[in-house]
Design a binder for this molecule. Structure first.
Ligand code: HH2
Length: 276
């Protein structure tokens, strides 16, 4: 309990997906408006950061071209930027998308390829000077769940992310801009995801802020087989968020902001009561 008391609570990153299947079948404008309204609702519910994504990275997802991705995310970022002063993250792997998103007001590049997608990813991050999330993924979304194997998943993910952070710094990204993420569900079995969660302290010990995203992921269904629908995974999402908080993560990437903020408040209140 003492560690929980001495640390600030993690910041909550609310997920705003602007993919055709995520919000609206009423056309582009309707889906922009729905995404902006959703983002503002998450802010009201206590989100500290909004993560805007225009390309699904779900297992099996097909890539989207940069023009289409930009057409999805830029109007949403611009509109949110005009209405809210807080940090806005672009969840994208293409440097051109990150560049345009930052020009439109994004302050953080959340890259599930840890700046490995394109030859100019590292240099672009250095030039933009924004915060950057380096996430671990084995393979690519289309194929990543085809029998992933590790000898020691915690050690391998930690070493890989440390090497990517070193590469980013060598390319000119400032140390204090770098966040690390174990990438739950990205080329990992349920057992790998649970091991990474159980040993998050090892990633926290690197000294970089750690982002953790387990919200509504399949690992929850692996433990509760009745939770086939992602909408039925709130209990598991909250349990994993609290475990990650106990381990010292700095950012939680979640769909259910209100419920996560409430769970964190209760966890903090119990930690205070434990002192009395
Ligand atoms: N998970 C998804 C997308 N982006 N970024 C980071 N840093 N960490 C994650 O764990 C992470 C991420 C999951 O992808 P998607 O299929 O788009 O679903 P959703 O965005 O609804 O979570």
């Amino acid at each position: 309990m003492s560690a929980l008391r001495s640390r600030p609570p993690p910041r909550v990153m609310g997920i705003v997906n602007v993919t055709p299947d995520s919000f609206s079948d009423g056309g582009r404008l309707a889906s922009v408006e729905a995404a902006v309204a959703h983002g503002l609702r998450l802010v009201e519910q206590g989100a500290d950061i909004l993560d805007i994504g225009g390309e699904s990275t779900r297992p099996g997802a097909e890539p989207v071209d940069a023009a289409e991705e930009l057409a999805r995310v830029l109007p949403v970022i611009k509109s949110l930027r005009a209405r809210w002063p807080g940090p806005i993250s672009i969840d994208a792997m293409k440097p051109a998308v990150a560049r345009a998103a930052v020009a439109a007001g994004a302050t953080l590049w959340n890259d599930v390829t840890a700046l490995g997608h394109a030859p100019d990813s590292l240099a672009t991050a250095a030039e933009l000077g924004c915060d950057v999330v380096l996430m671990h993924m084995r393979g690519e979304p289309r194929t990543m769940q085809a029998g992933p194997r590790y000898h020691d998943v915690v050690a391998e993910v930690t070493a890989w992310l440390s090497a990517r952070a070193a590469a980013a710094m060598a390319a000119g990204v400032a140390r204090e801009r770098i966040w690390l993420d174990p990438g739950l569900g990205f080329g990992k079995t349920a057992a790998h995801n649970l091991a990474l969660t159980a040993h998050l302290d090892r990633l926290v010990a690197t000294g970089f802020p750690v982002l953790y995203g387990a919200s509504r992921k399949r690992v929850i269904q692996s433990v509760d087989p009745t939770a086939t629908d992602p909408g039925d995974r709130l209990g598991g999402s909250l349990a994993l968020a609290l475990e990650a908080t106990r381990a010292g993560v700095s950012i939680l990437r979640v769909h259910d902001v209100r419920e996560t903020v409430q769970a964190l408040k209760l966890q903090a209140a119990v930690a205070v009561a434990a002192r009395d």
